[in-house]
Design a protein around this ligand. Structure first.
Ligand SMILES: C[S@@+](CC[C@H](N)C(=O)[O-])C[C@H]1O[C@@H](n2cnc3c(N)ncnc32)[C@H](O)[C@@H]1O
Length: 444
């Protein structure tokens, strides 16, 4: 069969489509078959043909073929074909090729470097290979850096507590105080999930900051402290949207602040890994009308759409452990009980009606909290909201068999939470910051 394929390739050498079809027909190769045809195809003008030829040459192995692939790597200009050379050579697992692979670590194309790393990792316990790989641990490309970090990571210091452990002293507690002061009293790795909607800069009446910069710095320190108390590989989910601070007079314009994008910037620098951007979509009738002027005048530049969306930004505490590691920390029974059996949202656009509260002006809809808890935590986990507001998230946690911990600086809102949770017959505590301090100092 091979002879006829070879003949056919030679007869239709310039017909890339036909040649490719023929090359793909070739399965296992017997060493008796001549490899000359594949050597010739290395010079083919079509890069897919060259790739298939290299794949087939890789099936032979041996010094002559391997050295020819190295030669081809240096003359080839197409990155994909170059990568196939390394991949085919890597499959030979021949220690003699280590010097070639290490020289490729200097290549400008990160994808080629990654392919060489893959080939070298077969010998990662060899001192020379290990040293060569560690030389690029500060590589400017983030993926290369991460692969080296993961492969040669030092063992994570073991936490005294198991991942699923919840400190009983933190279960079902609301502290009426500043979030940063409160978090300072918590051990590191105490919390499984944080979901919050931070103050909307100066757009609502419950918070005042002297400048946008000061506001961002405040949020940055809250999320840094949240990072410290978050368990390995667990999630922080932040609900924000750009806000408009109204104009001072008709002579001025209103100002729009891109809060989600500014927060995102510092979270990425402070040890959070970006996971997902979910859009919370509200009905247009429920939001402030901004389009009225444009409807009337129809003049370009004056277009101001009604803002019907908010962001639900999902981050994970950076770790080398995979999500599977997190899941394996739970007993089978907890995993079973936490499974989401009911209908769930399959896209990143969540259409949910907003909720209005008699006391708080910006509350989470229950449905939003329920989804976040169900999709991002396990039964019995400790979930946290630094900006408790009216306590919607805490209430969802109770309904879904999780424990909550929350802070809220405003007294009226604190009492609103107390009132909301009073109907639940569970052991819950409402503390001032001082009381909480004492509570944490008590032996048991
Ligand atoms: C957008 S609201 C949260 C609403 C909440 N998600 C709900 O469903 O009701 C933000 C809350 O953060 C509170 N807050 C502002 N600064 C705070 C701080 N330093 N510590 C704790 N809470 C704070 C405000 O009083 C406000 O209630």
């Amino acid at each position: 069969m091979f002879e006829t394929i070879e003949e056919d390739i030679r007869l239709n050498f310039d017909n890339a489509k036909k040649t490719l079809l023929n090359l793909k027909k070739i399965g296992k190769i017997d060493n008796d078959f001549p490899y000359d045809i594949f050597m010739e195809l290395l010079e083919h003008k079509n890069r897919d043909v060259r790739i298939e030829a290299i794949k087939n040459l890789g099936k032979y192995g041996g010094d002559y073929i391997e050295e020819s692939l190295i030669q081809h790597f240096y003359t080839e200009t197409d990155s994909l074909v170059k990568r196939e050379c390394i991949s085919s050579l890597g499959r030979q697992r021949n220690y003699q090729r280590v010097t070639f692979f290490t020289s490729v670590l200097q290549d400008k194309d990160p994808k080629i470097v990654l392919q060489a790393i893959r080939a070298l990792l077969v010998f990662k316990n060899d001192e020379f290979v290990k040293n060569e790989l560690l030389q690029i641990k500060e590589h400017p490309n983030e993926m290369i850096k991460e692969v080296i970090e993961i492969e040669f990571k030092e063992k994570r210091k073991k936490n005294i507590h198991h991942h699923s452990f919840v400190n009983p002293k933190l279960k079902n507690i609301i502290v009426n105080g500043d979030v940063i002061d409160t978090l300072k009293l918590l051990d590191e790795e105490s919390i499984h999930l944080t979901f919050t909607s931070p103050p909307y800069y100066n757009a609502r009446d419950y918070s005042f900051y002297s400048s946008y910069q000061e506001y961002l710095e405040f949020l940055r320190s809250v999320f840094k402290e949240t990072h410290r108390v978050t368990k390995n590989g667990r999630f922080l989910i932040v609900n924000t949207s750009p806000v408009i601070v109204p104009r001072v007079s008709r002579k001025h314009s209103s100002k729009r602040y891109p809060i989600p994008f500014d927060i995102h910037n510092f979270l990425m620098q402070d040890g959070w890994e970006f996971i997902d951007d979910i859009i919370w979509k509200k009905p247009e009738t429920s939001v402030k009308n901004r389009i009225g002027g444009f409807i009337q005048h129809r003049k370009p530049l004056g277009y101001k759409p009604n803002c019907t969306t908010e962001y639900i930004m999902v981050y994970r505490k950076k770790t080398h452990d995979l999500l599977d590691w997190n899941i394996k920390q739970y007993d089978k029974d907890i995993v079973e009980r936490s499974k989401v059996h009911e209908k769930f949202e399959t896209s990143n656009v969540w259409s949910i009606d907003p909720t209005f509260d008699k006391i708080h002006s910006a509350v989470f809809p229950k449905e939003l909290c329920d989804r976040v808890i169900k999709y991002y935590s396990y039964v019995d986990d400790l979930v946290f909201d630094p900006f408790g507001g009216s306590g919607t998230f805490a209430e969802s946690a109770l309904n879904l068999n999780r424990s909550f911990f929350s802070t809220e600086i405003n007294k009226d809102y604190f009492f609103r939470i107390k009132e909301k949770l009073s109907k639940y017959n569970i052991n819950k505590k409402f503390f001032t910051l001082k009381e909480f301090q004492k509570w944490m100092q008590q032996e048991n």
